[in-house]
Design a protein around this ligand. Structure first.
Ligand code: IPE
Ligand code: IPE
Ligand code: MG
Ligand code: MG
Ligand code: MG
Length: 294
């Protein structure tokens, strides 16, 4: 399959939907909506919403029927990025090729834009009831809230911050990556299929796929923070070193980290082997995650 064309097509679909679902800049409070749209509609890869669509597709479901939940995952992700860049966290000035939200709108507005996005996400998932049975929506709400909060992304961010400047062990590093990044990617890989009625075996396979690509994704992110091109990644190179972060390259070196990321991708591809042709996008996305330079 032509991954580039697939990703471009899906990105356009997601971008158009996000534009529809986000509050208009003319709605009060205008400045907040400007701040929200500034960060969400900036050029992102849209990996999480695209995974939701590909997950639905992998079991023969319709991507159209899960687009609201796909957009919800992007809203949660952007909330995490806006807060991650704040001076009290990673203190970064650039994101997606633009000044970070707080640099343009101030810290209070950036914090509130994140809050608004997190809550908008759950409104969108609830609204997906128009095309999905209520019991599946409730399951999705449970999975996504679990992956976002203290058992997932927020938990990982906390240990990431606590580990700055410390010599940490492999187990803690794995916890950080599996939670701060892995949890949202795992739930994105799973929830599209859950909304389309995946059985338990399919869910277990997609969860396995998601865990592996989630870890691979953050290892690749750590590597790009060292060897990436700022123009391409749209955010500063060397941020992790500056903050003395716990990363894979710091613990294992670049070559070993690359090897580990590729091993995770192989595991992810194998996990959805039984899905056949409809899971081809998932397999291609898995490879893209370690081969990307952005
Ligand atoms: C960056 O995510 C933050 C991490 C969890 C590593 P992405 O690399 O998906 O960023 P965008 O959405 O493309 O900007
Ligand atoms: C991703 O970790 C954490 C998030 C949940 C946003 P990073 O702090 O490494 O992400 P980037 O490199 O700033 O995108
Ligand atoms: Mg961070
Ligand atoms: Mg960061
Ligand atoms: Mg990073």
């Amino acid at each position: 399959m032509n991954l580039e064309a697939y990703l471009a097509d899906r990105r356009a679909f997601v971008d158009a939907a996000l534009d529809r679902y986000l509050p208009a800049v003319t709605a009060r409070p205008e400045r907040l909506h400007e701040a929200v749209r500034y960060s969400v509609l900036a050029p992102g890869k849209r990996i999480r919403p695209i995974l939701v669509l590909a997950s639905a597709e992998s079991i023969g479901g319709s991507p159209d029927s899960v687009i609201q939940t796909a957009c919800a995952l992007e809203c949660i992700h952007v909330f995490s990025l806006i807060h991650d860049d704040l001076p009290c966290m990673d203190n970064d000035d650039y994101r997606r090729g633009r000044l970070t939200n707080h640099k343009v709108y101030g810290e209070a507005m950036a914090m509130l834009a994140g809050d608004a996005l997190l809550t908008l996400a759950f409104e969108l998932i609830a609204e997906n009831i128009a095309t999905v049975a209520p019991d599946r929506i409730v399951t999705a709400l449970k999975l996504i809230s679990n992956a976002t909060g203290t058992w997932g992304m927020v938990g990982g961010q906390v240990v990431d911050i606590e580990s700055e400047g410390k010599q940490i062990d492999v187990e803690t590093l794995r916890y950080i990556h599996a939670h701060k990044t892995g949890a949202l990617l795992t739930v994105s890989s799973l929830v599209g299929a859950v909304l389309c009625g995946a059985d338990e075996a399919q869910q277990a396979a997609l969860q396995k796929y998601g865990k592996s690509i989630g870890l691979a994704f953050q290892i690749a992110d750590d590597i790009l923070d060292i060897v990436g091109d700022q123009e391409k990644i749209g955010k500063p190179v060397g941020s992790d070193e500056g903050n003395d972060k716990a990363t894979y390259p710091k613990l294992f070196g670049l070559d070993e980290s690359r090897k580990m990321a590729h091993e995770e991708v192989a595991k992810a591809v194998a996990a959805v082997e039984g899905f056949g042709e409809p899971a081809e996008p998932l397999r291609a996305i898995a490879r893209f995650i370690v081969e990307r330079d952005l």
